[in-house]
Design a protein around this ligand. Sequence first.
Ligand code: ADP
Ligand code: ZN
Length: 732
Amino acid sequence: MRQPLFYPHGARIAVLTQEVVGVLDYLAPEGGVRLGQLVVVPLGPRRVMGAVWGPGMGDFDMAKLRPVARLVEAPPLTPEMIEFLTRMGEYTLTPLPMMLRMATRAPDLDQPPAARRIIHRAGPPPERMTDARAAVLRVIEDHGGAGFAPGELAQLAGVSGGVVQGLVKAGTLAEVRAPRDLPFPRLDPDLPGKPLAPDQADAAALLRQAVQGRTYGTTLLRGVTGSGKTEVYLEAVAECLRQGRQALVLLPEIALSAEFLNRVETRFGARPGEWHSGITRTERRRLWMMAAENHVGMVVGARSALFLPFADLGLIVVDEEHDSSYKQEDMVYYSARDMAVLRASIGQAQVVLASATPSVESWVNAASGKYARLDLRARYGTAELPEMGTIDLRAEEMEKGRWISPTLAREIRERQARGEQSLLFLNRRGYAPITACRACGQQIGCDQCDARMVEHRFQNRLVCHQCGATKPIPTACPSCGVEGKMTAIGPGVERLAEEVAERFPEARASVLSSDLFHSARALKEAIATISAGETDIIIGTQLVAKGHNFPRLTLVGVIDADLGLQGADLRAAERSFQLMRQVAGRAGREGGEARGLALLQTHQPEHPVIRAILSGQDEEFWDAEAAQRQAVGMPPFGRLAGIILSHPDQPVVEDYSRELVRRAGPLEEIGAEVWGPAPAPIARIRGRYRVRILIRSARQAPVQLAIADWLRLAPKPPTNLRLAVDIDPQSF
Ligand code: ADP
Ligand code: ZN
């Protein structure tokens, strides 16, 4: 971006409000304004926040411009940030105000940074402990001892302000007058790290060199689970810190990162900044400010951390880069992995994509040389990869209503006898996926969505996994009225837990499923219990597939390996492969005597995905997947965009979508194909009917421009119609 950064007269200002698409001209205050400066401007009768986006257009009548109301006392957005938001907005077809909102998601940015009272941890626990006091201390501990505004702390703990003050008097907490935004403690990159194994050291050296170059580059860091990828990319972080630049590590399941934060603290002597939905407002603002002032060296965060206003971001690590939670499909549709690459390319930063099971996209980019690639081929130390096998369910004598085969049960018993842990993996929350009437066959669905209601026995309700609606489990069929014929069909983790309790009554079992934990804290405690070896059998959904080290876990049983294999989605094979490989990787992480074993229960042991997992020939699998996509021109070889339209009235959304497709001239001009309209992958959510139009084009075609033209020329949409553009949709 080559333009002056200071505007003495008029300025174009991107305004943070829904109604304005784009930017407006305002008169600069005396003394001018800088590019990126946050300001408050008048808009009609209101005052709204905005950011200086460029010089005024020049041909306006200065006398008619409204002046900027005031400057916001926050660091201006950098030119890189402005370019990033602009280009991401163009790529994802997101209006500028919405992009700006993503970059200013910190509370009270327009409040002055005056000193204020902050509570933090001080001395030992008080002599007199009460429930209320304990609640306050728990909140402090959950947030890593971070600073709180006094009112905020009381509110989070659900106690009165007096309780907090009591703890201050007792000396357990301290109250200080401090700048509202305290700098983060410095991380020391030169503390000795773990001595690296030779292949780790080689990979770390190459990443260090890349970071030293202070230019853009992306590296796919591939290595089986437990190969020590984290240790390697922490060395890249160390180098980035030495350069005086900032590093961002994105994680998919940030709530589960206590172990990760401890590792960072061990390596660098202090904790990094944390950015996710669980941090307090005080911390959110502090991190935003400190990122902008280069007073936080390393941030660990969920995908939205990508929009923090780093002053000098030198490295972005995307851990578990294949994880689907990096794709946001709400408000702004974007892939944090892809946008990390965009941001880094604008800011001369390095990207490390780490995974044991990369996405086909990243695999292809590494194969074509667009990304560099580093491989760690073995597990660190003595730990070996688990042995893999299938259990052919066609040959097993399965009892009715049982899901653990005799062979798997035998293996579990052996582990139990040796004091080792077993993990049973079933990616289905609740008790049973289907509740149906045995008299008429009717299945119970959600009233608002195109989805079955799932029985959750612990809650004693039926739950819709799309919209969260619940209803009581009926005794009579809502369709035919016959009493006592409602029956649960198929297994969920709760039902599996019931079978475990019946068949292994002496075993200590624990169910890990996201809906069973009401707080991140409860989940952390459950995981700590398992890590301490106080559980024999773990029953889990995909929550257990990621990141945890359970030292005594030596057996993984995949209850239904066929679950993800069906379906028309071209990504189904890739997803199943990733998930099963990850889950299997939980076994035998720590080495020791017993090698891990992973067993897949399946009706189709000859299926290519199952065979690829067994053979360990991952590269062949990805090459085959890539070849298939290439043959049909699908991503990453061709480009896809989805247009999702929804309306409470089915004919309305269908008619309008058909009309759109009829007028697809601008798309045809760039040689794009238009498919649909067809029911969206979930055809109804919360009472809105959803239709999808898919657009496929060549990789290089200017598809965003064509879509923008097409939608601009489209007939006026009916009231209450919603339209979202999803560039690079997850399912196709
Ligand atoms: P990955 O990220 O590839 O799954 P990790 O970095 O988590 O692997 O490493 C797996 C385990 O091996 C961890 O417990 C880690 O502490 C340990 N480990 C990895 N590299 C080393 C090393 N160089 N020295 C000591 N322990 C290591
Ligand atoms: Zn629903």
